[in-house]
Design a protein around this ligand. Structure first.
Ligand code: HEM
Length: 65
């Protein structure tokens, strides 16, 4: 996806983890940085579960060859 600062990145596990713990670090273009941090609120296991769940949702981007 594309970020407000013009950067681009893939929503890999590291990005999803960062988006949960430090959501303001990279905000997707078209969105405001309103998401609160979940640091201290979700256990490490919870974060891993959330990452697995979000990955299971798939993508609208075309998969590579
Ligand atoms: C367990 C709860 C939550 C999880 C796991 C979560 C996870 C995420 C993830 C992974 C992204 C990045 C999406 C992408 O790049 O395509 C994101 C973005 C976003 N989230 Fe959340 N979120 C949660 C709760 C919330 C809440 C409570 C709010 C608002 C009150 C919120 C507002 C937003 C917004 C506006 C964005 C898009 C802007 C950005 O990239 O920061 N989220 N969230």
């Amino acid at each position: 996806m594309r970020f407000r600062d013009g950067g681009v990145a893939k929503a890999d596990e590291a990005y999803i983890r960062q988006s949960i713990l430090d959501p303001a670090a990279q905000v997707v273009q078209g969105y405001e940085p309103i998401m609160p941090t979940f640091k201290g609120l979700v256990t490490e296991e919870g974060i891993l579960d959330l990452i697995e769940y979000i990955k299971s949702l798939g993508t609208t981007e075309k998969a590579g060859p």
